[in-house]
Design a protein around this ligand. Sequence first.
Ligand code: N2P
Length: 355
Amino acid sequence: MSLFSKIRFISHNMSNRYIFLGVLLLTIFLNSCGDQKNQLNIFTWSGYISDEIRKEFEKEFDVNVVIDIYGSNEDLHAKLSAGATGYDIIMPSDYMVSKMIKENLLAELNHDNIPNFKNISPMFISKYFDPENRYSVPYTFGTAGIAYDSSVISPAPDSWTVLWETQYKNRFSMLDDPRETPAVALKMLGYSLNTTDPEQLRQAKEKLIAQKPLVKQYKSEAEELLIAGDVILAHCWSGDAFRAAEKRPSIRYVIPKEGSSQFIDTVCIPKSAPHKELAEKFINYLLRPEVNAKITVFTKYGTCVPAAKEHLPEDLQKHKFIYPSKEVLESLEWIKDQGDFTQQYSRAWEEIKAK
Ligand code: N2P
């Protein structure tokens, strides 16, 4: 081989090598792009986002959605205020929204990105906890009450005191919640569930301590326990009772005569959200009437989007699990953030759990 052709051979080989290397790097780059879809990280209550909704959103917006679950507003708050940063969407209830606004934990929404906000009923907007809806969009509403298995318990219980009856030892669960669970004892004692009287709270704490040996489990996700028949009574939220009743038709739901709590759960974006614009797209998506109707069918909580009702089966449009009578409504209280006194609720709850 002449020197000239030798040089040509080497350089040809080298350029082949460069081409090979280039193609390799490009392949790696393109592959990694494929995997790096935008990701929406949702932190919410159990039974709040169906697989169907998650998948449809992923497909339409070409993103991945990851869902993580909490069982109480206080758990959500503890995580965020301890510096959890990955979440794009959270769903605090009313009183927790006002607390989080005060603590600067929420991002201001850009309403230009949420045109479907107009679909929300005026009944659910401009509430005390966020008067201009600068930080929150209402998602669902519901109550806390007692789910019971009517094939075992008859007549229907009408008082919280049923959860203190020794015959039901180990056959019922209570919400695992520093505000909802004391609320039961406070209402039973005839007090407001927002009391800031230390003596009233102490009495409620004693009641719950006395009840503790009877409780099978403190659990905010009572649905599965009810369906499996692990409990025949549960202090739980209305939608969870309704969802259980779908699978086990003997399950009924009652709001005891002493009264109970009601809530609006909202959708918010934490200040630390990595994907705020995508989060706003998701919020806007949830407010499409047909999507919102699917959510209502799945969660069994009330919808804040009246146009969604047209897409709902008739029984869901006025079911008594969702729409209590006027009389029952009058017995309900909204849980309020009680500022510094809130610590006393947390402390009482810790003491009960530690017993
Ligand atoms: C849904 C729980 C409802 C949340 N499983 C009560 N705020």
